[in-house]
Design a protein around this ligand. Sequence first.
Ligand code: ZN
Length: 317
Amino acid sequence: MAEAEEAAGVAEAEGLQERLKAYEGRVAVASGVGKDPVNAPMIRHWCEAMGDTNPAYRGPDAVAPPTMLQAWTMGGLSGHTGRPGRTGRSEAYDELLALLDGAGYTSVVATDCEQEYLRPLKPGHVVTFDAVIESVSERKTTKLGTGHFVTTRMDVRADGELAGTHRFRILKYAPAAKRTPVKRPRPVINRDNAGFWEGVAAHRLLIQRCAACARPRFPWLPGCNACGSQEWHAVEASGSGTVFSYVVMHHPPFPAFDPPYAVGLVELAEGVRMVSNVVGVPHDKVRIGMPVRLEFLRVDEELELPVFRAAAEGGEF
Ligand code: ZN
């Protein structure tokens, strides 16, 4: 932390605070228009997502939930057309962010928002909005790092009349010095799955097979889902399989993991599926149906894990 503060102190060039303050009161978003008028389908979707069954949001006299205020102003993935940048932000706001980036405050986190409701929004209302840069704080040190809070205030209008305000605060900061490396999480080993981990220690991938109905199962469970029998044998999987499905992890970042990486749902030749890393192929080249082969990866001095290496097909990856 001390190093980061020192670094930020160096970056806090003479006059930076004054230059930041000069953005207070400048336009952040000008003459925004909501992509859709206030409407019943969006209200219904919101209420379903929030589990809000308040009758005030249904029927011919419905109003929109007040907390939807910002939703009516959002530009979606395609952004607001005809406005500076895809986000609809003003040049002044982009300049302010660039100034902070240039001073070393390259990380950003949304910290809080406050809303004030002045009149209800109802289906049919046309939403317009504009926002100003309300304040840029002095330099502050937080647990995340040192930086400046930037607060914008958006005024939202319904058919031209002020309906509410949305005050939004971010922290632009220089990340605190990295902590000591974190180890990958340990597996939880209990009496139901201990046999599996003993197998891993011996470089054997063990699955269970029901003694009564012979159905293979994985992950390890005390009883058979098909027939209920609690009798089973451990059998060693051949180690060959195919990628049944997969995701590529980008976010959120977990300590000890280095995104992006592919997490595969691998179908073993024995007919059971297991989740593991697919290795030996770039994360964006993993494909459903890709043949894979078991191997054991030593993660650190205490942990080994079964992973699946993409079988080379037609040469190098
Ligand atoms: Zn069974």
